[in-house]
Write a protein that binds this ligand. Structure first.
Ligand code: SF4
Length: 203
């Protein structure tokens, strides 16, 4: 697995990255979107969540995870001892695919340099990848979320925890206990990383 931070590093601020995305027409999603959904949250977040792409509500509201999946995510965060304002959240694609279809490889290719820049700017300790697209992009794997969830993966300097996309659990209620288990694992991972930092004296 390769780190998303491999290669030449020139760290931009979140506002510089957002500025570069203004009016982006690098792929055909620009023709059907309402707004570019950049990302939102704590710019110094310890935990960064990465989803797939904006849905209808997000496209209208210009913010990730504000629809039904976002409300569910907020309840799950509590299981990890997190509040929404503590985390940063962004998507693989910044524009909504029509009818919420799956992202296409060419769209992922042209849009993900901006996600990489966001990860560099925030420099989180833990990446939570929600669903297949975010997980495959961050872990550089073709494996699916079902086989990767439930354990921590190390890539570069990041601890990566793949979790089902909350929308998947809304459509398939059998996934709810799995989601709860995985967010509890996230809570333990955060506690472990904090303890390690305290031991090193870099709080
Ligand atoms: S999805 Fe990404 S690359 Fe495509 S138009 Fe939107 S911001 Fe630009």
């Amino acid at each position: 697995m390769r780190s998303v931070l491999n290669g030449c590093i020139s760290i931009k601020t979140l506002s510089e990255i957002e500025q570069e995305l203004t009016g982006c027409r690098r792929c055909a999603l620009s023709e059907t979107r309402t707004t570019i959904v950049f990302g939102v949250g704590n710019p110094d977040a310890e935990v960064m969540f990465i989803g797939e792409a904006p849905g209808k509500q997000e496209d209208l509201g210009a913010e990730p995870f504000i629809g039904a999946a976002g409300k569910y995510l907020n309840t799950l965060l509590a299981r990890a001892g997190l509040k929404r304002e503590e985390i940063y959240i962004a998507n693989v694609l910044k524009c909504r695919p029509p009818e919420n279809r799956d992202p296409r490889p060419d769209e992922v290719e042209v849009c993900t340099p901006f996600l990489r820049e966001q990860v560099r700017a925030i420099n989180p300790e833990i990446l939570v990848t929600l669903g297949n697209y975010a997980t495959r992009f961050i872990l550089k794997t073709d494996s699916g979320i079902t086989s990767l969830r439930g354990r921590v993966h190390i890539t570069g300097r990041f601890s990566v925890l793949p979790i089902f996309h909350p929308a998947a659990a809304i459509y398939d209620r059998a996934k709810e206990p799995i989601m709860e288990t995985d967010f509890e694992l996230l809570g333990r991972l955060i506690a472990q990383r904090r303890k390690e930092r305290a031991t090193r004296g870099d709080v």
